[in-house]
Design a protein around this ligand. Sequence first.
Ligand SMILES: *Cc1c(COP(=O)(O)O)cnc(C)c1O
Length: 476
Amino acid sequence: MKYVSTRGKSEPKHFLDILLGGLMEDGGLAMPESYPKFSFEELEALREMNYRDLAFAVLSRFADDIPAVDLKTLIDRTYTAQVYCNGRDPSVAEAITPVKRLEHDLYLLELSNGPTLAFKDMAMQLLGSLFEYALDREHASLNILGATSGDTGSAAEYAMRGKRGVKVFMLSPWGKMSPFQRAQMYSLPDANIFNIAVRGMFDDAQDIVKAVSNDLEFKRRYAIGTVNSINWARVSAQVVYYFKAYFAVTQRSDQKVSFAVPSGNFGNVCAGHIARMMGLPIAKLVVATNENDVLDEFFRTGVYRPRKTAETHATSSPSMDISKASNFERFVFDLIGRDAKVLSELWTKVDKGEAFDLSATPFFGQIGDYGFQSGRSSHEDRLRVIREAFERFGVTIDTHTADGLKVALERREPGVPMIVLETALPAKFEETIVEALGQKPPRPAGLEGIEQLPQRVEVMDVDADAVKAFIRNNAE
Ligand SMILES: *Cc1c(COP(=O)(O)O)cnc(C)c1O
């Protein structure tokens, strides 16, 4: 399997060649030359597999330059009931991504029982193992630099902690994260994890990452890498749980199901699109956004209008507060018939902060052929749906998952099971849960006193040179 760039100007590469990188050389995103396909018979053969075997069956099609025994070992070490446990019954945890029935033809796919209580662990944990493997082979090392407003940074740190050859330098806005999120990141004792809190906002932290990455000499010298959401390995690892959930709610591999996906950077739902292209019988992929509705607007109108930073709302589902969706380029590449020239023209506009409009092209009419639908929700919707889920289904869901459930209830069709992807546990967003339910959400065992643990963080001004000096002193 080789990977081409959406912009068409990079040489095709193998899985391991794109594993540690971000963008392709021409600024595009990596896409498989063609999608591996599963027939009805092949799907039936996957039906009874446990998560690890299924992950191998799917991922070995994408990572065919990793020897099968090695890939199987990495997967077996990553997806264990211990890592995805959270104090649950071991027989439930063994499913890794169990499906909970809410009512007839309505399900919740539990993806948030990894170490940081968000679905990002599902892919990031595997990425940690893959990075270590690839670096070991080349006797190389990597310094991961990132900026986070909460979820991504902690998922990356928990995935990379203790990994040989990797150090993580994670920038966060000082005083802007919840006490729980701060505790999650800053209490990590591992010697290869460095938390840097900048006296500024998330965007200031992001700008420092860009400034450091644009210093090509520094970047090369200190082998600076990223773990952002455009990483192909991350997206492909997420394909697996669509298969797992499909088999959990169907009896035969010609039945259809739909998924509702709380979306920000379009990584999660992009994995659903890939699963569908691989032959998984998916009826609808429902993209759920919050007040930052750049994606909902596109699916309704055909106009993709990235927002200015100042136009981006801070909401109660903060991990979906995005101004543009970095993985969206992958879907549009398929939608426009994989024409890299047209794609490059569209993204020349996006990269300048401008909009593009497909409404007058045949492509707009074809969106339905790919199963996509969308919807958005507001803070009021979120509170109402969290209450409804509690009263009607007896579950406490987090704010992002509530955005998914809200749109799922609007879009479901008779006779087609609808699966809502749970993207975080409510314990991460206590404040809004208290606002909705008047009580705190349950906290998984072992995390009760996390805010009291000793914390380790370097506090700095918004100054790229100071961050560089810190990396120079501590790099691999
Ligand atoms: C990252 C995140 C999302 C958005 O996922 P994308 O892959 O960026 O679309 C939704 N919910 C939670 C809790 C997240 O952490």
